[in-house]
Design a protein around this ligand. Structure first.
Ligand code: GLC
Length: 716
């Protein structure tokens, strides 16, 4: 996709000086130059700036960021285009992670919707809004799979499953980049953080990772394979090391795997300062050594620490770095700038868009992301009920937007109290004061038919540099749950969280549990849509909910081990720990509806298929009848898992290989079809070679990873 611009790029490169080439490999933020703008203008005029990041700090996710001044950025761009010798436009990038002015659910929440079309539509909206603000490149989607919800950045990714990771990668990139990268509503996407950042030891941000090549190939890479296959224009190299080799200085990861194996041909940008961090890793002597190691590894654009601009010229002139390395990096960057039409349209131009439609889409995605974890019949609520509302999130706005929200408006975000008040018809709403003492909780609960607790975690305990050691609910909230449980009223817990929290001992004291996540601008309204039944819940957990923090890591796509001790699948969980039950509180793919679905007639069109016919495109056609036997119309995420029973490298007990979200009217039955082919049944060996082996495959189709609905097919 980008290679087709190589000839034009080479023509441009042939006229460039070494300084100008290195300038293309330099990304800055304008913040340090605000007191000396003439210095900034001169740098641009001399072709020393290839890209500008629209962020003032390295952890934009939770820091207040400046608004985008499109006129200022256009004025700087004019210098690059009209006053520099080569006239190469700069590429403006910003962390438009899960929304811009209108904010959508955190990526982990969006993954809960299991609705790729809806995610794509919403990410198209995001691109349109960002482009209308002059942003041409976003550092999204984040594709770091994770087993450890203590890690604050689990909320930015697609959860624990490689198939969901791949689907989210595709949907987000299609949304951002559209069918045509030159379209004024399209922005360049960035698959990050390549690679393995989600495996940071102990969930401690930036820590080391230990990832075998088998795990890397089969678990960490699939989302990036999908991103490259979907045409992502850029990849961001991560902070972490893998097995002692920092990714941002590694030819194995940035060239051998990313380029030779995945066939990526866009450009690689470092994470903020990751080039210079090679010193702190103990992998490089000094900044000059950093620049040498990173450029030779295949890292093209240095984010914000000037290692390249201050050292590469000397390294080339001293013969320590080849000019070919420089030319290759410049070519990759120019190919993307040409592919997106930046030379033809270098300036940001504001344009109108339908914000009401975006809000409507955001509300739809938020509602489809929310997961009903428990309901003993108390939901949906009646809009004429008298409700007692209490808890720390009754009037919260900012946290509902989630971390990595740079341009959403806290003041424009409805809080839960307002949304409930707006949703009730004749019912009354009694609310405790917003202190966390809940002194009048007994009094107001006595006047209500039902109690709703607005619980959760602040966005401050999620995101970059915001991991926690304990994912339990705060003590004051647990006390409130227990206090209200002691009343004679039904109690509904609504959880506004970024990550899965450990809720053992809490959910038992609630009559219903709605996991609303941090779902963006329309979180509160969407939660009410669910609570009152205007939307029937359909979200499913894209990540396991452990009972307690001490059970981490706990994930569904684990292997069997040599004895029946996999507590996740009910195999003697008491043998895992003597002091607690090691099965999940809620497994992967779990979520309730207000209606009930029944699965019948799971079948495959063949019990036997040869490996050769699979290689020639042969398929296994699987079908199942799903019936809505409950009392509401609703959507069900029908999930298909496989298990390769015997293989040369032991395979997980379950691997998600497909899902379909189907709408079923009350009483309706649909036959849902899946196709399994060669690409679904195999795995990668440590060298990245894909193979499918003969033997028995179990096929499971059902409502979550623990479904007992099984058939088998043999590959011979
Ligand atoms: C940060 C984050 C990365 C972000 C980048 C630019 O440190 O790790 O996700 O895109 O810097 O803000």
């Amino acid at each position: 996709m980008y290679k087709k611009f190589a000839n034009r790029a080479k023509e441009i490169i042939s006229e460039m000086t070494l300084k100008e080439k290195i300038g293309q490999l330099n990304q800055i933020t304008v913040t340090p130059y605000m007191n000396d703008v003439e210095k900034l203008r001169n740098m641009i005029r001399e072709g020393q700036v290839g890209s500008i990041i629209l962020a003032s700090t390295a952890t934009a996710g939770n820091d207040q960021q400046g608004r985008i001044d499109i006129d200022m950025y256009n004025e700087l761009q004019k210098i690059a285009v009209e006053e520099s010798r080569m006239g190469i436009p700069m590429l403006y990038g910003r962390d438009v992670i899960h929304g811009h002015r209108v904010v959508y659910p955190l990526p982990l929440a969006s993954a809960s919707a299991f609705n790729d079309e809806l995610v794509e539509k919403c990410y198209r909206n995001i691109a349109e809004e960002a482009a209308a603000d002059g942003v041409r490149w976003t550092f999204s989607p984040m594709l770091d799979l994770c087993h450890d919800p203590r890690w604050g950045r689990i909320v930015e990714g697609p959860g624990e499953d490689p198939y969901v990771g791949a689907q989210m990668a595709r949907a987000c990139i299609r949304g951002f980049q559209g069918d045509n990268l030159t379209d004024k509503k399209s922005i360049v996407a960035c698959a990050k953080h390549y690679l393995g950042y989600g495996f940071s030891e102990g969930g401690r941000d930036y820590f080391r990772t230990e990832i075998s090549d088998i795990t890397l190939q089969n678990y960490v890479l699939p989302a990036f394979r999908a991103a490259v296959d979907e045409g992502v224009a850029t990849v961001m190299s991560s902070f972490n090391d893998i097995n002692g080799i920092p990714v941002s200085g590694s030819k194995k990861y940035l060239t051998d795997i990313l380029r030779s194996q995945l066939r990526f041909n866009g450009f690689v940008v470092s994470d903020w300062g990751a080039v210079q961090m090679l010193i702190h890793h103990g992998y490089a002597e000094d900044r000059k050594d950093c620049a040498k190691k990173a450029i030779e590894a295949g890292l093209d654009l240095d984010m914000c620490v000037r290692c390249y601009i201050e050292n590469l010229e000397m390294l080339v002139n001293d013969g320590e770095v080849s000019i070919e390395n420089i030319d290759t990096a410049v070519e990759r960057i120019l190919c993307v700038k040409l592919a997106m039409g930046l030379f033809d349209r270098p300036y940001g131009e504001k344009f109108d868009y339908d914000k009401e439609k975006h809000l409507k889409d955001a509300r739809e995605l938020a509602a489809e992301s929310m997961v009903l974890l428990k309901n003993n019949g108390v939901l949906p609520l009646n809009k004429e009920a008298n409700i007692a509302l209490m808890g720390p999130f009754t009037h919260e706005r900012r946290s509902l937007l989630g971390t990595w929200t740079l341009d959403g408006s806290e003041s424009e975000t409805p809080n839960f109290y307002e949304a409930l008040k707006n949703a009730l018809t004749n019912g009354k709403l009694f609310c405790t004061d917003t202190s966390r003492t809940y002194d009048n909780s007994s009094e107001i609960s006595s006047r209500a038919d039902i109690i709703i607790l607005a619980l959760g975690e602040s966005h401050w305990t999620t995101g970059e540099r915001h991991s926690v050691s304990d994912i339990s609910l705060s003590k004051d909230q647990i006390e409130l749950v227990n206090k209200m449980h002691a009343t004679d009223k039904k109690v509904v817990g609504v959880f506004f969280c970024g990550r899965p929290m450990a809720l053992e001992g809490v959910v038992e004291n609630l009559d219903a549990v709605l996991y609303a996540w941090h779902s963006g601008s329309e979180t509160a309204n969407a939660a009410c849509d669910i609570l009152f039944g205007d939307t029937v819940p359909s979200g499913k957990t894209p990540v396991t909910f452990p009972r307690r923090s001490t059970h981490i890591p706990l994930y569904y796509n684990t292997t069997s081990s040599g004895q029946p001790v996999n507590g996740y699948y009910g195999q003697n969980p008491q043998w895992n720990y003597t002091d607690s039950m090691a099965s999940p509180l809620y497994p992967f793919g779990y979520g309730l509806s207000y209606t009930k679905f029944e699965y019948k007639n799971l079948s495959a069109d063949k019990e036997l298929i040869s490996l050769d016919s699979l290689k020639l495109g042969g398929k296994i056609n699987v079908s199942v009848d799903v019936s809505n036997i409950g009392e509401y119309d609703g959507k069900e995420v029908v999930q298909l898992y496989i298990r390769d029973k015997v293989a040369s490298i032991i395979r997980p007990i379950r691997e998600l290989k497909g899902y379909k979200k189907v709408f079923l009217k009350l009483g309706e039955t649909q036959t849902v079809h899946f196709e399994l082919s060669y690409k679904d049944l195999g795995f990668y060996n440590e060298n990245g070679e894909y193979l499918v082996e003969k033997g028995v495959f179990e096929i499971y189709v059902g409502e979550n990873c623990l479904t007992k609905n099984i058939i088998t097919v043999k590959v011979n």
